[in-house]
Design a protein around this ligand. Sequence first.
Ligand code: GDP
Ligand code: GDP
Length: 437
Amino acid sequence: MSKPIVAIVGRPNVGKSTLFNKLAGERISIVDDKPGVTRDRIYAQSEWLNNKFTIIDTGGIEPERDDIIVKQMRRQAQIAIETCDVIMFVVDGKEGLTAADYEVAQMLRKSKKPVVLVVNKIDKVMDEDNKYEFYNLGLGEPNAISASQALGLGDMLDQVIAHFPKLEDEEEEDEFIRIAFVGRPNVGKSSLINRILGEDRNIVSDIPGTTRDSVDSYIETEEGKFILVDTAGIRRKSKVKEEIERYSVIRSLTAVEKADICVLMIDAEEGVSDQDEKIIGYAHEMNKAIMVVVNKWDLIEKDDKTLNKFKLDFQTNLSFMPYAPYLFISAKTGQRSHKVLSMCKECYNNYCKRISTGVLNEVVNRAVLMQEPPVVGSKRLKIYYATQVGIKPPTFVFFVNDVSTLHFSYQRYLENQLRESFEFKGTGIKLIFRERK
Ligand code: GDP
Ligand code: GDP
């Protein structure tokens, strides 16, 4: 099951980044000690009362002119409406209501998406009355907070999680395997999806960005039931490059978060782009099943070494996910296109795989016999037993004498041993070490 996605929307300078950083907690300060990085940070994982969710900061660059601010806010809001489960609409309690706030509020009201109205910069109790004028936005009760001082966040988050989709709502779709096709414009996402569907449901064209924003297609085959999600770029025009990029990242990101498996599509002629790396990096971090499809294979002149050479090149760029299988296809001629779904299914099965405790411990014991853990300090790691505690991805807990004696190279060794003994192609696996005296 995917985590709900919460978007933070609001004018520049109302405190979106400050709030985002507070909600993202410590993980961010570790990553972002470089100046300027925080501003670019688009998403983070957060948790409130055992409800895990992903927060997205839709704000990016800061236009100077008022008319541009309004335009940008409209795009921000639109993207949040299209991709997120709950929207936190942040306004400035010091500055008061502005025309741009009204406009966005109107869009949000029309969309019927759950909105939590957040009045920031209420640093003192006596300022709380400032929040009342925001009732005029027609978005319900304003939540007074101070992001910088972390005041009022609890009540606000109670409201946010109250809007999360209920489990029953998701059940119906749960029997479907959700596949997100990601990759830059023109790589052939729509063409491949059309191939698979066997009909021209999406519009394919040579002009980048002319496909529909994000189209879900349902398909049932011998392999199972699938939802194919196209993550085409944005149609709405923006002149600002950073803005286009941010929004297309948000789109792909939210599609990835909702997916079970991500298919990264690479153009055989163009190779892996930074954006590709970023998006598939999210998928990896979010523990999704992953496969790589290299498209436009028809355009490459080949001999018997070409495929391996290409594969090596791509794997070097995407070295953080060595487990992902590669498929070389042509959506245009149909070469190997029919294998995409079955390979997705295979990855998905591995992603959901369960290993019995007995078999698992046989493998672990054999691994330890073959290669003893190294001595760290004056001690040696001892593994009592291991057990699988979860799927999506397969997660294993190892009970050991002393966690401090675990060397990362030994952890990698164990992971490789599990991968060699069981088929985990297309999925990450997680190893957790716990002490047991
Ligand atoms: P963004 O452009 O919406 O992301 O806004 P920022 O998070 O960058 O904040 C803009 C300014 O408002 C910064 O100078 C923050 O320090 C300040 N700010 C943010 N939250 C608060 C708050 O709760 N109280 C006060 N007084 N200032 C705040
Ligand atoms: P999207 O933006 O990723 O959805 O890409 P499209 O599916 O719209 O394809 C962009 C262009 O690439 C179109 O002109 C397609 O006809 C072309 N194209 C897609 N797949 C292939 C392929 O396998 N080989 C070749 N030669 N062209 C392709």
